[in-house]
Write a protein that binds this ligand. Structure first.
Ligand SMILES: [Zn+2]
Length: 186
């Protein structure tokens, strides 16, 4: 082998070694990436968590309070069954005292707004949609914790309708009025 041929062979061999080294490095890199790649998330897990997210982000208001009509997010509402033994709540302080309302609703029965079909509740200033009739003539009242606490202590709840906050019934087309607008109209 001549010197020229020897040099040529050496160059070829070095080129071949470099090529092999390059391929090995690439292979190692691909293997490393493959090993560190996160595992595939299955559809069932995706849907399960999507469902949990959907349910967890639903804005659900509690039922309205029978005493103050308010629906406050994240407030506990108690369901009180009225069966004639609920005097501990001192509901009598919610009795209608306005002469005009007594005349129209109680005496002349022009409106059944404060008639609930239960002797213990009739003529109390309560919000009708928050009362639910149960079997055997009992009635269930939804009452927010704030009103319940006040009534249990014998004090008038601050936001009770009976605390001079009743402003009558408005036609459905006025239901988006604010409280101040309603009072101005009244
Ligand atoms: Zn209330």
């Amino acid at each position: 082998m001549t010197r020229k041929q020897h040099i040529s062979e050496c160059t070829k061999s070095r080129y071949h070694d470099n090529k092999m080294q390059e391929q090995m490095t690439t292979f190692k890199l691909i293997t490393d990436i493959h090993m560190s790649w996160p595992e595939r998330v299955w559809c069932e897990i995706n849907f399960k968590h999507l469902n949990e997210y959907f349910e967890g982000t639903q804005w659900t208001l509690p039922p309205p309070c029978a005493v103050c009509t308010r629906q406050i997010h994240d407030t506990e509402v108690m369901s009180i069954i009225v069966d004639g033994k609920s005097s501990f709540l001192l509901l009598h302080m919610l009795r209608v005292t306005d002469p005009f309302i007594i005349q129209n609703c109680i005496i002349h029965c022009n409106s059944a707004e404060f008639v609930f079909g239960c002797k213990a509740l009739d003529s109390l200033m309560l919000y009708k949609p928050a009362l639910h009739h149960l079997p055997r003539g009992n009635i269930c009242l939804d009452i927010c914790m704030q009103c319940h606490s006040c009534l249990s202590k014998g004090t008038m709840p601050k936001f009770a309708l009976a605390n001079n906050l009743y402003r009558g019934c408005l036609p459905s087309r006025f239901h988006d009025l604010t409280w101040v607008e309603e009072m101005v109209c009244a």
